[in-house]
Design a protein around this ligand. Structure first.
Ligand code: C5P
Length: 241
């Protein structure tokens, strides 16, 4: 499942993020192809912006995708969590393993996708691709608002640091996150709407079920800010070379 209903405001003004082009092809098409590249993926459910499902359907029929993959498009919700929930409701029967993949990670390599699937098949109810963090991370006081994005003209008040977690024990997580279908459904049923969860594995953790990490990939980075678009186009150019 690919939640792609976000507006992508941090990327600057323009079309919804998933519909922005990377080397002439919408990010969402790259993301669908990245999932369909795995032979284990039989159906891709795309969760579109609520007012853009028809546009997304047309877009996906206009671009070549492997024939063995069915693509369904459903309208999304106001939050990522709601969009994933709507995507779950649209899954056809008989699906044992669900991957949830951000449209904003269009270049994830197929080996990463297959690695996640394999770990779920081996019995883990929730599997997350992850990388060690390279920056030291500081924790700030809970009342602090999210700072303005880099390059923004908004003034940023100095923020007091409350802790510096041990970097060697931190991982930055990516997608696709893979789940035993029943576990993911239970996790979504148990959540309080609007509780601010930023990933699906976090919901499974709250159930008390084990979540495991497998190696992620640097090319599975999230396209969030304008510089990420430059990087993504450079990765595509390198793949073609
Ligand atoms: O905002 P963030 O970068 O964490 O979004 C991750 C993914 O969730 C993106 O692919 C975005 O399109 C999707 N999303 C969604 N519905 C929302 C908000 C975000 O499908 N309401």
């Amino acid at each position: 499942m690919i939640p792609a209903a976000g507006r992508g405001v941090r990327l600057g003004p323009g079309a919804p993020k998933a519909l922005r082009a990377l080397n002439g092809t919408p990010m969402l098409v790259h993301a669908v192809r990245a999932m369909a590249a795995s032979r284990a993926v039989s159906v891709v459910v795309v969760v579109a912006p609520p007012d853009g499902a028809a546009e997304v359907k047309t877009l996906l029929t206009d671009h070549a995708l492997p024939e063995r993959t069915d693509v369904l498009v459903v309208p999304g919700g106001a939050t990522r969590q709601e969009s994933v929930r709507l995507g779950l409701d649209a899954l056809p029967p008989g699906i044992d393993i669900v991957l949830v993949h951000d449209a904003a990670r269009p270049l994830v390599p197929v080996d990463t996708v297959d690695g996640v699937i394999e770990a779920v098949r081996d019995g883990a109810p929730a599997v997350v691709p992850a990388l060690p963090v390279t920056d030291t991370v500081k924790e700030v006081a809970p009342a602090a608002a999210e700072p303005a994005p880099a390059g923004s003209a908004a003034p940023v008040a100095p923020e007091p640091v409350v802790a510096t977690p041990d970097r060697s024990r931190l991982r930055a997580v990516q997608t696709p996150q893979g789940f035993d279908h029943a576990t993911l459904l239970r996790a979504h049923e148990a959540v309080v709407v609007g509780d601010g969860a930023t990933d699906d594995a976090g919901l499974v953790e709250r159930l008390g079920e084990p979540v495991v990490l497998v190696p992620g990939h640097e090319e599975a980075f999230k396209v969030t800010r304008p510089l990420d678009l430059v990087l993504a186009e450079a990765v595509l150019a390198r793949r073609r070379a």
